[in-house]
Design a binder for this molecule. Structure first.
Ligand SMILES: Nc1ncnc2c1ncn2[C@@H]1O[C@H](COP(=O)(O)OP(=O)(O)OP(=O)(O)O)[C@@H](O)[C@H]1O
Length: 296
């Protein structure tokens, strides 16, 4: 509630009041300097709030020792011994931090390092080090996993790998908070979104509610002569239809399920002997909405 952090005259987080539901993958998004790391550091008890309160797993952030054993985190670049293998680094870290025994083979497999677990960390690529960092955050099977910009500096394949890992962690039952300055990196894996700018909260809510629908269906008949008939079928759904010369644009924003509209349109078109060469749903562009919000 009203969580605030000031560094001298600079306010890094400004009265943030938010409530992250357990069991979700929450994306914390904001441009550079928005306050993401500071907010996460306060949740981890690493930075003391200037004012306001927050609780993590039901315990106040002023008492981090009560909840930190159930929290795993990757914040900043993790330090590993470069001459030692990934598995042994994890083993040492687990012993050092007093974690309960963890199946290291399973963990190494989960983060996609199977076969490389014994190689010295100094020989790892940036993506592999990042994945080892995520494995370190998962030691002790935490209830809450906090990953600060885990895809920073990774190529698109590395980013997709991290997304898969996050999805697996959540499927195993953990609550995950993951930050990024790119919404496009998070939108495929998050079900809850928190958007920050200059320390202030711009949006908090379900990821699906961020754009409020707005889907558009595009249907193109293989034979251009079929467009008038296709249009008649589409108008029958009671949705706004526009003929763009080549095909139809159907505004399915108000429809309960755009996929169902697409399937029914396809079935009826087929029933009228019309073959569609194109049928797709364009979802609202989250990134544009985000940029609009952040720039306003
Ligand atoms: N220890 C500190 N001392 C002074 N200012 C700080 C400190 N830590 C953060 N700040 C300032 O607080 C603001 C928020 O920084 P923070 O690192 O939390 O943002 P961020 O959203 O994580 O940014 P990035 O995406 O660049 O990592 C910035 O203006 C930053 O300069």
């Amino acid at each position: 509630m009203g969580l605030t952090k000031r560094f001298r005259s600079r306010t890094a987080v400004d009265g943030a009041t938010l409530s992250i539901p357990a069991g979700t993958v929450t994306g914390l998004v904001g441009p550079n300097g928005a306050g993401k790391t500071t907010l996460l550091a306060m949740l981890l008890g690493l930075v003391r709030p200037t004012s306001g309160t927050a609780s993590v797993l039901g315990e106040p952030v002023s008492r981090p020792a009560r909840y930190l054993p159930k929290v795993g985190s990757l914040i900043e670049t993790p330090a590993f011994h470069p001459a030692v293998g990934g598995r042994d680094n994890l083993r040492a870290l687990a012993a050092l931090t007093g974690q309960p025994p963890t199946d290291l083979d399973d963990l190494i497999d989960l983060v996609g390092l199977a076969g490389r677990g014994n190689d010295p960390v100094g020989s790892y690529s940036l993506g592999m080090k990042q994945r080892l960092g995520i494995a370190a955050a998962l030691l002790g099977d935490p209830e809450l996993v906090i990953l600060d910009e885990p895809t920073n500096g990774l190529d698109p394949v590395g980013m997709a790998d991290v997304r898969d890992i996050v999805t697996t962690i959540a499927a195993r039952g953990a609550t995950v908070i993951v930050s990024s300055h790119l919404l496009s990196e998070l939108e495929q894996m998050c079900d809850w979104l928190v958007i920050l700018r200059l320390g202030g909260l711009l949006y908090e809510g379900p990821a699906s509610g961020f754009t409020d629908g707005g889907a558009v269906l595009r249907a193109v008949p293989a034979d251009p002569a079929g467009i008038a008939e296709l249009s008649r079928i589409a108008v029958g759904f009671g949705l706004p239809v526009t003929d763009d010369g080549d095909g139809l644009r159907i505004d399915v924003a108000g429809a309960e399920d755009p996929c169902q509209v697409a399937a029914t349109l396809n079935e009826r078109a087929h029933g009228h002997g019309i073959i569609l060469r194109e049928l797709h749903i364009r979802r609202p562009d989250l990134q544009s909405r985000y940029l609009e919000l952040v720039a306003s």
